[in-house]
Design a protein around this ligand. Sequence first.
Ligand code: 13P
Ligand code: ZN
Length: 273
Amino acid sequence: MKEYFNSNKELKNIIRETSEIAGYLWQRGWAERNASNISVNITDLLKKEEISEYSLFPYFTLPLSYPKLAGSYFFVTGTGKRMRDLAWKPMKNLLILQLNGDASGYWIISQTIGDAENFLPTSELPTHLGIHQMIAERGSNEKVVMHTHAHELVTLTHAKEFCDQDRLNQVLWSMHPETVIFVPKGVGFVPYFLPGSVEIAAETLKALQNHDVALWEKHGVFAIGKSVEETFDAIDILAKSAHIFFMCRSANIIPDSFSEAQLAELRKLAENF
Ligand code: 13P
Ligand code: ZN
């Protein structure tokens, strides 16, 4: 970790929180091998820093540009890195990036050219940056984007019945009251596309226009939030709903589900949260 970051207490705290949550992703069985990636917009924490040695940092061009993110700073997990390793050695598994003036490329400012431990950001960077740009366009205050292989939710997408967004949300909301309260806009369904592609990034943005979480068919989820913990919570709650659904099925119980009146009552409650 470079000197600029060492003295930044807020940054250290958020990296500590991310490490803790990365460990939970692994414990939940959602982060096999290098599965999962996290990015956090840390522009507010770093904009005061005087970073001048740009020629020392590795620079990469992006396949698309993200004008709303020009000059912004992020930390992102490294491609091929394991969440269980991030849990105890964060700076060996994540990178700090700064986008250039027209947001068509980035410097890795946590490394210098020739560092023995050079590594690259997550292969899902196009989706992460696309979502951060969407957040900037909306002017909302989410800072965190999290992708993980929450298998309880992925399992649903192996059934054609649940590749229907309305049906998917109807089931998830009707299994547990918390799901309506904390994931009120529900899940946007993203049909299968190649992971890491700009196509899947574009489809994810569409899904997140009107939903809290995007569910990638046969792959995983993307969630956004104001903190790493809050982002994890949304996925955790959805996974709980899916788990209850499968437990009912495996016990040969047809879930009773909430009535429309009960759902409406919960939605009202959600408005005040
Ligand atoms: P990365 O190791 O490139 O972050 O990929 C993990 C993953 O989950 C891809 O969808
Ligand atoms: Zn993945």
